[in-house]
Design a protein around this ligand. Structure first.
Ligand SMILES: [Zn+2]
Length: 278
């Protein structure tokens, strides 16, 4: 996830500005410095199977966790292998929609991957990064909501699962390293409880709220093949539609292949079930 500041709100259309006013302390830069880490905030809702708020349209995002657990495949050493410097995979590369395998080998290859992910995250001014965003389709994320090496707390979550989440939804102006320069509002639960493994395979549970909860959920979505615009309302999506179309065009020019997905297909699907013009 890319660091979001109000400097980026200029990318939003004039008509949307009234909807993205500062509604929470999350949006204040000072909050990022002082209220970041695993919190003991009360969790107000619990669920055996985490079903996060459904993305607005994207069909694959509707899978629930229980079916995904049954389908989970385990990563082989080859799945974690990479050579040279990692690069950020950008939309609409199909790697971002591919299935991410569970990790059950906690060796030096994993440590090397985590080190490299933190490197590229800091270099690109990110505050969170998931493995599929660097072309490695495994259940791994790293984040540091401060976004500065040596400050804040670096978190590594392997095979994360959400066991509880709050009913309270909060908006936040999100960015994503796979969508450089694009920022828009996404609503997500304010707090949640997460079970995961650390870099050595030890299981742990953590309560997250505020910005760490936000970053976690953004990266957790990546591990399910869900992208941040899947969770935007049509109104918010319209503010970045042209930017997404430009990325699809660049992908086609760069690869020579048609874009594997098109943001316009989402609107056409809606119109197909509505009233057409005659
Ligand atoms: Zn992202």
């Amino acid at each position: 996830m890319a660091a979001a500041t109000w400097l980026h709100s200029s990318a939003l259309s004039h008509t949307l500005r009234p909807f993205i006013r500062c509604t929470s302390a999350l949006l204040c830069p000072s909050y990022q410095r002082h209220h970041l880490f695993p919190s003991t905030s009360p969790i107000t809702f619990s669920s055996g199977d985490y079903k996060p708020p459904a993305p607005v349209v994207h069909a694959r995002a509707r899978r629930n966790l229980s079916s995904m657990v049954k389908e989970d495949e385990v990563a082989s050493p080859a799945d974690l292998h990479f050579e040279g410097q990692l690069k950020i995979v950008e939309y609409p590369d199909p790697i971002l929609r591919a299935k991410n395998k569970r990790i059950n080998i906690f060796d030096n290859s994993l440590k090397k991957l985590v080190d490299e992910m933190f490197d590229i995250m800091y270099r690109t001014d990110g505050i969170g990064l998931s493995a599929p965003q660097v072309g490695i389709n495994v259940q791994l994320m790293v984040f540091n909501p401060v976004g500065e090496r040596g400050e804040g707390e670096e978190m590594v979550l392997v095979n994360p699962r959400v066991s509880r989440f709050s009913r309270k939804l909060v908006p936040y102006n999100e960015g994503c390293l796979s969508f450089p320069g694009i920022y828009a509002d996404v609503e997500r639960p304010d707090s949640l409880k997460v079970d995961a493994q650390d870099i050595s395979g030890a299981r742990f549970t953590v309560n997250l709220s505020g910005l760490p909860a936000r970053v976690f959920q953004h990266e957790y979505d990546h591990l399910q093949g869900i992208l941040f615009f899947d969770r935007m309302s049509d109104e918010v999506l319209d503010s970045i539609r042209e930017d997404l179309q430009a990325m699809e065009k660049r992908y086609e020019e760069k690869t020579g292949f048609p874009s594997p997905e098109r943001i316009d297909a989402r609107r056409r699907r809606k119109e197909a079930v509505g009233f057409g013009k005659s």
